[in-house]
Design a protein around this ligand. Structure first.
Ligand SMILES: CC(C)(COP(=O)(O)OP(=O)(O)OC[C@H]1O[C@@H](n2cnc3c(N)ncnc32)[C@H](O)[C@@H]1OP(=O)(O)O)[C@@H](O)C(=O)NCCC(=O)NCCS
Length: 234
C-alpha cells in the first residue's frame, strides 16, 4: 500500500466490521473520529463493503447486498473521495467486486442510477461495460427516473480488458440516441416516453452515454442498441 517510485499502490479488499467508521466518514465527508461517535444503520453490517486503501486512508468503497435471486447481487452505494476521483480507483473497486462475487457464485450485479448522474452513467456504461436494461420511471419519488443497470460479471469488466475491446461503445450503424435534457424539461418530453418504451418494451439496452459539444447542443445522449438474441442479461 502506498506510493513507490511515483506509482500509486491501491489495495482493494472487503472491509472488516471495525473499519466501518472509515466508510461512514468517507460517505459523509467527516473525520473517522467523528464517525466513531455515531450509530449506523444495521444495513451496513449486513452487506459486503469493499474498500480501496491508499497510504492508510480509505479513498473509495462499494456496498453490495445479496438478492433473493441467488445469482444476483445489488450494488447499493459507490463512492470515491472527491480528491481521488478519475484516477482509476472506482474501476479497481468494480473489478474487485466482480472477482469477489464470482468467487461466491454470484454472476450479476444490478444497480439503479439516476439518469441525470452523468459521471456515474459514463463510469458504469462507457468505462465498465454495464448495460441499462430497465427504465425506472418515478423511482421512489415522482420525477426521479433511474436506469436499472446490469453487469454480467462473466463478461469483460473494463473496456481495457482484452475481451472487452470492440464490445465497448465505439459508434456504428445500429445505435439509437436519445437526448436527456435537464430534469424540468425532460419529465414531460417525448424522449422520456421514447426511452421508457425502447428499454422496457422494445428490447433495447442502453450501452453508453455521449456528450456532443457542438453549437446549440448541451444534452447528454444515451446510446441504445437492440438486445442480443439469447444474449445479454437474460
Ligand atoms: C462514480 C465514481 C464512483 C467513479 O469512481 P472513479 O474512481 O472516479 O472512477 P475511475 O477513475 O475508475 O473512472 C473514471 C471514469 O468514469 C467516468 N467518470 C467518472 N466521473 C465522471 C464525471 N464526473 N464526468 C464524466 N465522466 C466521469 C469517466 O469515464 C472517467 O474516465 P476519464 O477520467 O478517463 O474520463 C466516482 O466518480 C464517485 O464517487 N462519484 C460520486 C458518487 C456517485 O455518483 N456514485 C455512484 C452512484 S451510487
Amino acid at each position: 500500500m502506498g506510493s513507490e517510485g511515483g506509482v500509486l499502490k491501491v489495495e482493494t479488499r472487503e472491509l472488516r466490521e471495525e473499519e466501518m467508521p472509515f466508510w461512514m466518514a468517507l460517505q459523509a465527508g467527516m473525520s473517522v473520529a467523528q464517525a466513531e461517535q455515531l450509530s449506523y444503520d444495521p444495513l451496513i453490517f449486513h452487506c459486503w463493503v469493499l474498500g480501496a486503501w491508499l497510504e492508510g486512508n480509505l479513498v473509495g468503497g462499494m456496498e453490495v447486498v445479496r438478492s433473493v435471486r441467488p445469482d444476483y447481487a445489488v450494488g447499493v452505494n459507490a463512492v470515491v473521495a472527491a480528491t481521488h476521483q478519475r484516477i482509476g480507483i472506482g474501476s479497481l473497486l468494480y473489478k474487485e467486486r466482480g472477482r469477489f462475487l464470482l468467487e461466491r457464485g454470484i454472476s450479476k450485479v444490478v444497480t439503479a442510477v439516476s439518469i441525470w448522474n452523468t459521471g456515474s452513467l459514463i463510469f458504469s456504461l462507457n468505462k465498465n461495460m454495464a448495460r441499462g436494461v430497465k427504465y425506472l420511471r418515478d423511482c421512489y419519488f415522482e420525477g426521479e427516473d433511474k436506469l436499472w443497470m446490469e453487469k454480467d460479471l462473466r463478461e469483460a469488466t473494463s473496456v481495457f480488458d482484452e475481451a472487452g475491446v470492440g464490445e465497448s461503445y465505439r459508434g456504428g450503424s445500429q445505435e439509437n440516441f436519445v437526448p436527456v435534457t435537464p430534469k424540468e424539461l425532460f419529465l414531460n418530453s417525448r424522449p422520456r416516453r421514447l426511452l421508457e418504451s425502447l428499454v422496457n418494451t422494445d428490447g433495447f439496452h442502453v450501452i453508453g452515454l455521449v456528450r456532443p459539444r457542438y453549437s446549440g447542443c448541451d444534452n447528454n445522449l444515451l446510446v441504445l442498441k437492440p438486445r442480443r438474441e439469447g444474449g445479454d442479461n437474460e
